[in-house]
Design a protein around this ligand. Sequence first.
Ligand code: 3BY
Ligand code: FES
Ligand code: FE
Length: 411
Amino acid sequence: MDVRNDMLKRVKNRREGYSLDQAFYTDPEYFRLDLDLIWYRDWLFVGHDCEVARAGSFFTVQVGDYPVVILRDSDGQIRAFHNSCRHRGSRVCTEHRGSSARLVCPYHQWTYDLDGSLLYARQMAEDFDKSQFSLKPVACESVAGYIFICLAEKPAEFAPFAQLMQPYFAPHRLTEAKVAFESTIIEKGNWKLVWENNRECYHCAGNHPELCKTYPEAPTVTGVAGGDEDPDLTEHWTRLEAGGLPSRFRMHESGQFRACRTPLIGDAVSYTISGRPAVQERLSAEVSQERIGALLLFHYPTTWNHVLGDHAVTFRVLPISATETAVTTKWLVNKDAVEGVDYDLDTLTHVWMQTNDQDRRIVEENAFGIKSPAYEPGPYSELHEGGVMQFVDWYCRSVETRLTEGGKSLR
Ligand code: 3BY
Ligand code: FES
Ligand code: FE
C-alpha cells in the first residue's frame, strides 16, 4: 500500500493514550514522510544569535536533505540560505562554523555577498547575468536570542511563538550571552523517542541521580496539565510575577510550544550536585530576583530549554535517519564570565552531560525493544506521561492534517 495511506490509516486507527505502531519509530519510508510533513514544514530552532555575533559569522546545519547556512550580514541582520552553490550545487560553506566577509564556493570560487547575492563568477560568458544566481534564502527569524528557520515555501506565522516566548525570555538577555560549552551526541533512536523521553519525568528517579538532586520529578512540572493545582508552582509564579518575571504555564493552542517556570528542589538555584550556582556572574543583570528556578520552554520538533539564574541549557534535536537522532546541548553564560575564574567547566556541564548520556541509553534501549516483532503499543501513565501523550497527539494531528490537505507534493 502507498506509504502515505498507510501512515494515515495508522494515525486514524491508533489507540489514544498508547505508544505508536512500530513503523513510526523504525520505518525509513515513515521517516521520509516525517521529513516532508514535519521537518520541512515547521519552524526549527537552529542556534543562538550570540553564535553569529559579528558580520560574517556563520554556522551550518543539516535538516534531512537540506544543508543550510545561517549568518549575520553586514547590516547586522541574521539570514539563512540554502547551502548549495548556484553554479553546480556544491556546498558553499563546508565548516560547522566560521567567519568570512564573503562566501566562496570551494569548487570554482563563485563568490557570494553576505546577503546571498552572487558577486563574482570567474570567466563566465559575457552576457552571464549574476543577478539570477543568488543563494536561495531560507525563512529565518530570531526572538530573544533564539534563531529559527523554516524550509516551507509558505512558512506558518512565527509571531504567535515570538509573542508567547519573548516576555519570558527577553529579561535573561540570551542575545548577549556566550556559549561556554557545546556537545552533540547521536542517539540510536527515532527522533520521536527522544521527545517522548523528554516529555516525562516518570523515568527520572530511576535514571537521573544527578539531575534529581535539583530538578523536581513532580508530573505538574514536566507535564502539560498547567500546574494550577500545585501550590509549589503557583506560589513560585506569584512571587516571580510580582517582581516582573512572567512565569505562569502558557501553552499555544496548537500544542506546539509552552513556557513555564518551575522552582528547583529546596534551596537549589542551579543544576549542580550541590544546587549552588555553577557561575559566579549572573546570566543577566536584568534578573536580580533570587531563586528564580528554571524557565522551561519546548517548541516541537526541535528544542527544549532550561534557563536558570546563572546559566541556560538549550537543546536542539535533529533527525538523522529513522533510527538516529542528533541532540546538541549548549551551556550559555554571561558573556563576561571567565572560564576557570567565574566558572569551572566541569561543574557547569556535569549534571546535564550525565543526564544526556543516561537519556541516550534510555532512548537506545527503547528503540532496541521496539524493533522486536513482539512489540505492540503500550499504555502511557495518565499521571506521569500526560506530556508524552500531548506530544504524540501534536505529532499525529500534524501528520493527519498535512496528509489529508490534498496534493501529492505538499511542499
Ligand atoms: O529535560 C527535560 O526537560 C525533561 C525534564 C527533566 C528531564 N527531562 C525529563
Ligand atoms: Fe560552486 Fe562551481 S559549484 S563554484
Ligand atoms: Fe531523562
